[in-house]
Design a protein around this ligand. Structure first.
Ligand code: TRP
Length: 468
């Protein structure tokens, strides 16, 4: 039963439901797959400190801005900017819908890999790690896994907010926490766990370069699902009684906490395989799909199957609550603006996004020309189509979106209206330190930092020009 939302669009049943769903959106492949190795590449705890700083200082205010716009207007990103007489700003809403299409089109492919690996682990096929290349090149098979993943996503979104998205998150998020904590404690008991942990946690400030600062910000932004109106959309289903600033704080903490725990789990596992020789580990995206099956194999057949299956099930669950949020953005748009029924809209949009994802699906081995494209002057060698879409959407559209959203709330919608919406459900907000802090960050810090990052990335990726 939808308890909130006065527009008949449905809503979250309470604050916890919203926090779990939004945290579900935030916690995804980004936390468990990408975060640990970004940490390792960026000097361990040195990266971690930067990442935490960006999350709380810069990203948190943008998150509050998105949720507040959504709750005030009760609309999808495009409808929200229109309702606030955003004029040219409405473009950002549209950019958000397009980003949702693009991100989900390739994210679902990787989610399909995770799901496929779960099925392999259940059968004890640990050799799959060495066959990662031929696994992804088998497009019929991974395409089938992707299709199943998209169908589950569409099913959840078609059931609506409280009966679909929230219900799924209420089951998936606790299950995810139990699995990740279980794996973490297990990993602590393995030989060489200490070496893995010190690799992860001992800071090396000499490794901090501009690239590291930039990737910490990019990771914070993507990980918190910011910049494309996903939280405008989820915010539109939040009750006026809820306290937005505390909800946003919980969501941020949740996301950061899970990313941190993912590292605590991952590095002891990797150290176990390499017998403590962390330098021998090839990191990067292959880590989970190439290295981990070998770790599970070395645990013996029974334990290996259990731990390996739990791990890839965990990864699939994390991905699922994220694909749901990515699909919800364009679906909310179609439902609100084109007045199409939610169930029809969900299946239609999901089908379209799956089709858009076909080149990504083919770009990890199946098609040679899509697997290595020489289109980005800023990237050495060829890029796979899947990564190209990631560069365009994650690295350029999201920071641009976040920058314009910050400018919008303060300068177009106006501070006093923004503050008034936050005050609903939070009477103590007026005159508080937090109020001043949010205003200052959104007025100056977020627009300037995000504009700089956007410009530098844009010049670098598309023109090969490096200014910093
Ligand atoms: N945050 C998710 C992750 O870390 C990905 C994601 C889901 C996302 N929804 C989003 C990223 C919206 C940006 C915008 O994997």
């Amino acid at each position: 039963m939808a308890m909130t939302g006065n527009s008949g669009r449905g809503g979250f049943s309470n604050k916890l439901g919203f926090i779990l769903a939004a945290a579900g959106s935030a916690v995804g492949l980004g936390n468990i797959w990408k975060f640990p190795f970004e940490v390792a590449d960026g000097g361990g705890a040195a990266f971690l400190i930067l990442y935490l700083g960006f999350c709380f200082i810069l990203c948190y205010p943008v998150m509050v801005a998105e949720i507040t716009i959504g709750r005030h207007t009760n609309k999808n990103p495009v409808g929200a900017f229109k309702a606030l007489k955003g004029g040219g700003f409405t473009i950002v809403g549209l950019l958000g819908i397009i980003s949702g299409f693009l991100i989900l089109s390739f994210y679902n492919v990787v989610a399909g890999w995770a799901f496929g690996y779960f099925l392999e682990m259940v059968q004890g096929n640990f050799g799959i790690g060495q066959e990662f290349g031929s696994f992804t090149a088998n497009w019929q098979r991974v395409g089938f896994y992707g299709l199943i993943f998209m169908a589950i996503t569409a099913f959840i979104v078609s059931r609506g907010i409280s009966g679909g998205i929230e219900k799924a998150a209420r089951f998936l998020m606790p299950a995810l926490i139990i699995m990740i904590l279980g794996l973490m404690f297990y990993a602590f008991t393995l030989p060489h766990a200490g070496e893995g942990l010190s690799f992860y946690l001992v800071p090396d400030f000499s490794e901090i370069t501009f690239d590291v600062v930039y990737s910490a910000l990019g990771q914070a932004f993507f990980s918190l699902s910011l910049g494309m109106g996903a939280l405008i959309t989820y915010g539109s289903y939040v009750s006026k009684k809820d306290n937005i600033v505390s909800s946003a704080a919980y969501i941020t903490l949740f996301d950061v906490g899970i990313a941190f725990i993912a590292g605590l789990m991952m590095f002891p596992l990797v150290a176990y395989l390499s017998e403590g020789d962390m330098a021998s580990i090839s990191g990067g995206p292959g880590l989970i799909f190439v290295t981990l099956p070998g770790v599970f194999e070395s645990l013996g057949p029974v334990l290996g199957i259990i731990i390996g299956s739990v791990f890839f099930l965990l990864l699939s669950f994390a991905a699922l609550t994220s694909t749901v949020s990515l699909l919800e953005v364009p679906v909310a748009y179609v439902v609100d603006e084109w007045k199409i029924k939610r169930s029809a809209a969900s299946w239609l949009v999901a089908g379209l996004i799956f089709a858009i994802g076909v080149p990504s699906l083919l770009s990890y081995g199946a098609s040679a020309s899509l697997s290595s494209m020489n289109v980005l002057p800023g990237v050495e060698g060829g890029v796979a189509f899947l990564d190209l879409v990631g560069f365009i959407a994650n690295d350029t559209f999201l920071p641009l979106g976040g920058c314009i959203i910050s400018i919008f709330v303060i300068y177009k919608w106006k501070r006093k209206n923004f503050d008034a919406e936050i005050e609903e459900g939070n009477p103590g907000f007026k005159g508080s330190f937090l109020q001043k802090y949010l205003n200052i960050t959104l007025s100056y810090i977020a627009p300037i930092v995000l504009a700089i990052i956007f410009l530098l990335t844009f010049l670098n990726l598309y023109f090969g020009i490096t200014l910093l």
